[in-house]
Design a protein. Structure first.
Length: 281
């Protein structure tokens, strides 16, 4: 049975690939992006199975209006892909206030807006899936990405909570965690003037690795898009979809290290319990 998709950030990268692959298999797509003309080639090929609209997820009124229009146009939407994003590549003191605001506004608040705008429609259907595109950096960290991580760790916490709230309504939510992938995202990262104090440390090491081509991009974006599409057939919806060799290894190492740190502080954690309350519980 064909499905209907609502996709943000559909002009390039994973958003474009999910749009293309969904259309190729006969699905319908409401594709939103800042420049709808970027998908004219797909419109010419697929006709009215592709609906496009200009959308800046930083604009709350526009998000609500475009989501409503997409559901009205197609009658139903089976999958909402929250893919629009923005990245800042800079050490903590290097980034500007405007860069910090934009990365949090787009990746965190923008994603929340789309989810909230779609939920009344999905509740009415009592059916649907939300695919929130995060990253391996939603559970682990790398130097120069502190503000990007802040937005992605934030949206993962939001989504993990929402997934519990909406499951009884027949709606699934999956956090998609791609690893480093050649989608052009790295070249679009905002940067800032380098401070020598940070350039001499881990931030500089990562910067030089990226500039010199030594930062690995081991994953296939087309396979990531296919895995996202195929995930709609999984029941119940998986909470997380780790996609990438680096995602698996880096996130696993991060989780093990965090668990070790927690266990190392076990006695301290238990020591602050209220003995009287514990005895009368």
């Amino acid at each position: 049975m064909s499905k209907t998709w609502f996709i943000t950030g559909a002009s390039s990268g994973i958003g474009r690939l999910v749009t293309e692959q969904a259309l190729e298999r006969g699905d319908r797509v409401a594709a939103t992006l800042r420049r709808p003309e970027a998908l004219e080639d797909l419109r010419a090929e697929h006709g009215d199975r592709l609906w496009t609209a200009r959308l800046d997820v930083d604009d709350a009124r526009q998000v609500a209006a475009v989501v409503d229009e997409a559901f009205a146009n197609f009658g139903r939407v089976d999958a909402v892909v929250n893919n629009a994003g923005f990245g800042v590549f800079a050490a903590v003191e290097e980034a500007t206030d405007e860069q910090i605001r934009r990365v949090v506004e787009t990746n965190l608040f923008g994603s929340i807006r789309v989810v909230r705008a779609a939920l009344p429609h999905l509740r009415s259907q009592r059916h649907g899936r939300i695919l929130q595109v995060s990253t391996a950096g939603g559970q682990t960290t790398y130097p120069n990405f502190s503000y990007y991580h802040a937005s992605k760790w934030g949206i993962e916490g939001f989504c993990e909570t929402v997934a519990q709230e909406i499951a009884p309504l027949g709606i699934g939510l999956t956090i998609v965690e791609p690893g480093a992938t050649p989608t052009g995202f790295g070249g679009a990262l905002a940067t800032a003037p380098v401070m020598p104090e940070y350039d001499a440390g881990p931030a500089g090491d990562v910067r030089r690795a990226l500039a010199g081509g030594a930062f690995p991009l081991p994953n296939d974006p087309a396979k990531i898009a296919r895995a996202m599409i195929d995930s709609l057939d999984l029941e119940p919806a998986p909470l997380r979809l780790p996609l990438g060799t680096d995602t698996y290894h880096d996130v696993r190492a991060s989780l093990v290290a965090r668990l070790d740190e927690l266990d190392a502080r076990r006695e301290l954690a238990l020591s602050v319990a209220d003995d009287h309350r514990a005895a009368t519980a």
